[in-house]
Design a protein around this ligand. Structure first.
Ligand SMILES: C=C1C[C@]23C[C@@]1(O)CC[C@H]2[C@]1(C)CCC[C@@](C)(C(=O)O)[C@H]1[C@@H]3C(=O)O
Ligand SMILES: O=C(O)CCC(=O)C(=O)O
Ligand SMILES: [Fe+2]
Length: 365
C-alpha cells in the first residue's frame, strides 16, 4: 500500500481533511472556546534561594496542584531567554524544510526517536494533526544530541544540534530542581527523587502543528497522559494546550516567561498514585502554525520504578507493580498507543507477564 504523506504545505490549505484525521464527536473539540484554567505560577528560583517561607509556599502549591490534576507552571527558572528563542527558531527552521530533508531523520516503527508525521505509519485512524522530531538526551553522554542530529540530518545542522544539546542540559537541571520540590511535598525529602533521576534517559520532542482548515474536527495531540515521568513544556504564543480537570477541558494560556510542567505516568507510580498523571491534549487552529518544545524526563532504562517505602502502608497499599521504564516505553511503542489509561492497562499487562513467567519457571528448570 502506498501511504499518503502528511505534507503540511499541501494539507494546511485544504478545506476538506483526509478522513483519517477526523476524530469522533465527543472526542473532538467543541465550538465554544475552552475556559482558561488558572494554575499557580511556581517561583522555583525562590524555592531554592534558601528563603524558608518561600520554600514552604512553593512546596504547598506544588503538592496541591499535583494531587488535583498533576499540572503547574514554573517561573524564575533560570533558563536563558535567548536560548529559548533560539530553540523556537530552530523548530521553525527544521519543520519548514522540504519534506525529503526532514525525512532524513525518519522515525522507524517501534522507535521513539526521529521525524514523524501522522502518516509515518503507526496509526490508521484518529491521526493527530502534527509533525514531530524526537531525540534522546542523557546527562551521562553530553555528545548524544549533537551526534544524533549530525548523523541523521548532516553536518549543516550541527548548530541546531548544539542549541538542543544546551536546551536539554538546562531542562535536565530544571527537572532535578523540580524533583527536589516534589520530594519535599511528598514528605520523602529533597534528595530522594533528585537522586533517582540524576542519571536520566530523557526524550526531547519538537511539536509542530500546521494550520488546519477544519480545526473542530481534528486534534493536534489526542487526549493522553504522558507515559514518561515529568514533562517540561514551552509553548509559543499561539495557544492550543488544554488540561482536563473536574470533568472538562480547560485551556492553558501561553506565557513567554513560564514553563508548563506536568506529572506523567511513571512519576504517578513513583508517588504510589498520590500525584496524578495529567490528562491533556492540544487543539489546532486555521490561521497559524503552532509549536511547542517538550522535554520528557525519564529514568534510566533498567532502573526499577517503585515508590519509597514511606509512601506505602496498610491504608496506602502498592498502587502499581514494579516495572522498568524500558518496559513501559516498549509497551507504548509496540503494543499500545498512549492515552488516558496507559498506566492502568500497562499495570495489568505487566502483572500478567510476571505471572506467566512464574508459571513457566518450573517447566524451565
Ligand atoms: C514516550 C513517548 C510516547 C509519546 C511520545 C513520548 O516521548 C511521550 C508522550 C507520548 C505521546 C505524545 C502521547 C500522545 C500520543 C502519542 C502517540 C503522540 O501523539 O505522539 C505519544 C507519543 C508516541 O510516540 O507514542
Ligand atoms: O503541544 C502541546 O502543547 C502538548 C504536546 C504534548 O502533550 C506532548 O507532546 O506530549
Ligand atoms: Fe503530552
Amino acid at each position: 500500500m502506498v501511504r499518503p504523506v502528511f505534507d503540511a504545505a499541501v494539507l494546511s490549505g485544504r478545506s476538506d481533511i483526509p478522513s483519517q484525521f477526523i476524530w469522533p464527536e465527543g472526542e473532538s473539540p467543541t465550538p465554544d472556546a475552552a475556559e482558561e484554567l488558572h494554575v499557580p505560577l511556581i517561583n522555583i528560583g525562590g524555592m531554592l534561594s534558601g528563603d524558608a517561607a518561600a520554600a514552604a509556599e512553593v512546596t504547598r502549591l506544588v503538592g496541591e496542584a499535583c494531587e488535583r490534576h498533576g499540572f503547574f507552571q514554573v517561573v524564575n527558572h533560570g533558563i536563558d531567554a535567548e536560548l529559548l528563542a533560539d530553540a523556537h527558531r530552530c523548530v521553525d527552521n527544521f519543520f519548514t524544510m522540504p519534506l525529503p530533508e526532514k525525512q532524513r531523520a525518519l522515525r522507524r516503527p517501534g522507535e521513539s526517536c526521529g521525524y514523524a508525521s501522522s502518516f509515518t505509519g503507526r496509526f490508521a485512524s484518529k491521526l493527530p494533526w502534527k509533525e514531530t522530531l524526537s531525540f534522546r538526551s542523557c546527562p551521562s553522554d553530553p555528545a548524544l544530541v549533537v551526534d544524533y542530529i549530525v548523523a541523521t540530518l548532516g553536518e549543516d545542522h550541527r548548530r541546531l544540534g548544539e542549541v538542543y544539546a544546551r536546551y536539554c542540559s538546562e531542562m535536565s537541571r530544571l527537572s532535578l530542581e523540580i524533583m527536589e520540590v516534589l520530594g519535599e511535598s511528598l514528605g520523602v525529602g529533597r534528595a530522594h527523587y533528585r537522586r533517582f533521576f540524576e542519571g536520566n534517559d530523557s526524550i526531547m520532542r519538537l511539536n509542530y502543528y500546521p494550520p488546519c482548515q477544519r480545526p473542530l474536527e481534528t486534534l493536534g495531540t489526542g487526549p493522553h497522559c504522558d507515559p514518561t515521568s515529568l514533562t517540561i513544556l514551552h509553548q509559543d504564543n499561539v495557544g492550543g494546550l488544554q488540561v482536563h480537570t473536574e470533568g472538562r477541558w480547560r485551556s492553558i494560556r501561553p506565557r513567554a516567561d513560564a514553563f508548563v510542567v506536568n506529572i506523567g505516568d511513571t512519576f504517578m507510580a513513583l508517588s504510589n498514585g498520590r500525584y496524578k498523571s495529567c490528562l491533556h491534549r492540544a487543539v489546532v487552529n486555521s490561521r497559524v502554525p503552532r509549536k511547542s518544545l517538550a522535554f520528557f524526563l525519564c529514568p534510566e532504562m533498567d532502573k526499577v520504578v517503585a515508590p519509597p517505602g514511606t509512601l506505602v502502608d496498610a491504608s496506602n497499599p502498592r498502587a502499581y507493580p514494579d516495572f522498568t521504564w524500558r518496559s513501559l516505553l516498549d509497551f507504548t511503542q509496540k503494543h499500545y498507543r498512549a492515552d488516558m489509561k496507559t498506566l492502568e492497562v500497562f499495570s495489568s499487562w505487566i502483572v500478567q507477564q510476571q505471572q506467566g513467567q512464574l508459571a513457566l519457571q518450573p517447566a524451565m528448570t
